[in-house]
Design a protein around this ligand. Structure first.
Ligand SMILES: Nc1ncnc2c1ncn2[C@@H]1O[C@H](COP(=O)(O)OP(=O)(O)OP(=O)(O)O)[C@@H](O)[C@H]1O
Ligand SMILES: [Mg+2]
Length: 487
């Protein structure tokens, strides 16, 4: 089935998530859709598969215009999507999941379905027990089940939204084999990724999106170089930075390994000195947050040693990290940083180090008022934090930091902020640095990483590159590392 997307537009409020996207895909080919976080890849694919509706534009299947009201209509027309987050039902068995979405319903014709399942399994060399619970399967096996289910429903165009996240290398090899086989059988495959290597290995053509716009298309053979330029633009140059005399080592990581239930990042080594700024680059969810939380004393690293100002901090309570002047600003301002329901005055009271039993509310209001002025927060002492804009919430978080910090850890310090607030936030952070604080921040924004870091630590696919000197690193090199090349 030949697919054409023509001039697709989609807005979410002020965000133009898809801005005039046009792509054509021939049947029997694998088409890559590449782009960094927030580029608009999932949005475009959800439009194609009927999960959300476009604002404007056309979708043609074999030259015929279609408009899907919902995913069921899309799959009837032959378009199936494997989502970034699996949509299966873990408490059910493999066979019940396989039956889901069939016109003949849940209970009918199990024998026929079982035969279908076994036929597909043989064809692709999958080995799934029909009676196993989906909750007992690996992510790779759940994908296999979903592929077979969509095929049984008549899919001719299969969309894979970042299918290699969270699966092991052997599973990935198996998945790529399957994709090639599907293409050979005449399927139209769209493969969404932000990994350069995967796009190179698999795709005949690649379309690159950036901030909602199409930045270009390449046809095999293409180079990683071309992809990086399209993904990240080439507008970045190394800029001169105010130099700061570096002080004592503040943070030292020796063979740290951080992990959660789906990700494990071993062998992180880093030394950060007073006055130094370290940027953590990489696609979101590659371990940056885990490392920041470990450095803040919020999570234990799985292995390795954390030293702060000359003291080994392994298994020390969070309070000890605070006492050593460590502060952590999470990305979730309202979820983790502030307390919705409380106003600014109440926040300043909570953030005090001293804990007198009685609170002088009049004095607290006055103090809040002066802090609001000092940090240019658009609000009053009685403003509840959830009523503030993102930029003002971030200002409030900075206003809550203790005056003499040694180590400031930040996750996406300027995400969602306008240019003025962004500059303001960084002027505050750089002033802290001038006073001797070390700063470690994670950002998905390469401009921000280049502009403010002295050294850059790149996270990609469960690994971390040796810390790079920001002045000596090109966008090209950084882009390739983020895409998993040369790690
Ligand atoms: N349901 C929604 N409501 C509001 N904004 C949304 C919604 N879905 C996506 N967006 C916004 O649209 C933009 C594109 O998001 P999208 O999920 O398509 O990106 P993506 O390229 O798939 O990124 P990722 O690599 O992180 O998966 C982002 O700015 C995102 O915040
Ligand atoms: Mg996505």
């Amino acid at each position: 089935m030949r697919l054409e997307l023509k001039h697709i537009h989609k807005h979410f409020g002020a965000v133009h998530a898809n801005d005039d996207i046009s792509i054509a895909v021939e049947s029997g080919t694998i088409h890559g859709l590449l782009g960094e976080n927030g580029a608009g890849k999932s949005t475009l694919m959800k439009i194609l598969s009927g999960f959300i509706h476009r604002d404007a534009g056309e979708i043609l299947l074999d030259g015929r215009a279609v408009a899907f009201k919902n995913p069921a209509e899309a799959i009837r027309a032959g378009v199936g999507m494997l989502h970034q987050d699996p949509l299966d039902f873990p408490p059910l068995t493999v066979l019940d999941n396989f039956l889901f979405g069939r016109e003949d319903g849940f209970m009918q014709n199990r024998a026929g379905a079982l035969a279908d399942l076994q036929r597909f399994s043989r064809q692709f060399g999958f080995d799934l027990d029909p009676d196993a619970l989906v909750s007992s399967l690996t992510v790779g096996e759940r994908q296999q089940l979903e592929i077979m289910r969509l095929l049984s429903l008549g899919a001719k165009i299969l969309i894979f939204d970042e299918p290699t996240t969270g699966i092991s290398l052997p599973q990935k090899i198996k998945l790529f084999e399957t994709l090639r086989l599907l293409a050979k059988q005449g399927m139209t495959i769209i493969f969404v990724t932000h990994k350069l290597q995967d796009a190179e290995d698999l795709c005949g053509k690649v379309t690159v999106l950036r901030l909602g716009k199409m930045t270009g298309q390449v046809t095999h053979p293409f180079t990683a170089d071309q992809l990086v330029r399209l993904m990240f633009g080439q507008s970045l140059e190394t800029r001169a930075r105010a130099s700061v005399a570096l002080g004592e080592p503040i943070l030292e990581l020796r063979d740290i390994c951080v992990a959660d239930y789906r990700l494990r990042v071993p062998e992180i080594n880093l030394q950060v000195r007073a006055g130094q700024v370290i940027g953590l680059a990489g696609i979101e969810g590659s371990g940056q947050r885990l490392l920041l939380r470990a450095c803040a004393g919020l999570d234990q690293p799985v292995a390795g040693d954390i030293w702060i100002s000359g003291a080994r901090m392994n298994r020390q309570p969070y309070r000890d990290f605070l006492e050593r002047g460590v502060a952590y600003l999470p990305a979730g301002r309202l979820e983790e940083g502030l307390v919705p329901g409380l106003n600014l005055t109440e926040h300043f009271i909570l953030a005090r180090r001293s804990r007198e039993f009685f609170i002088d509310w009049r004095a607290a209001q006055d103090a809040a008022q002066s802090r609001i002025g000092e940090y240019s927060i658009r609000g009053v002492p009685a403003s509840r934090v959830e009523a503030l804009s993102g930029g003002n919430q971030q200002r409030a978080l900075l206003a809550l930091l203790q005056p003499n910090l040694n180590l400031i850890l930040l996750e996406h310090p300027t995400r969602g902020l306008d240019i003025e607030s962004t500059m303001w936030v960084w002027s505050q952070l750089l002033a802290r640095r001038q006073r001797g604080a070390a700063i470690v921040f994670a950002s998905a924004d390469l401009d921000e990483i280049f502009e403010y870091s002295d050294r850059i630590l790149v996270f990609s696919g469960g690994r971390v590159a040796r810390a790079l000197n920001a002045q000596e690193t090109s966008v090209q090199q950084l882009g390739e590392l983020i895409g998993g090349k040369g790690l």
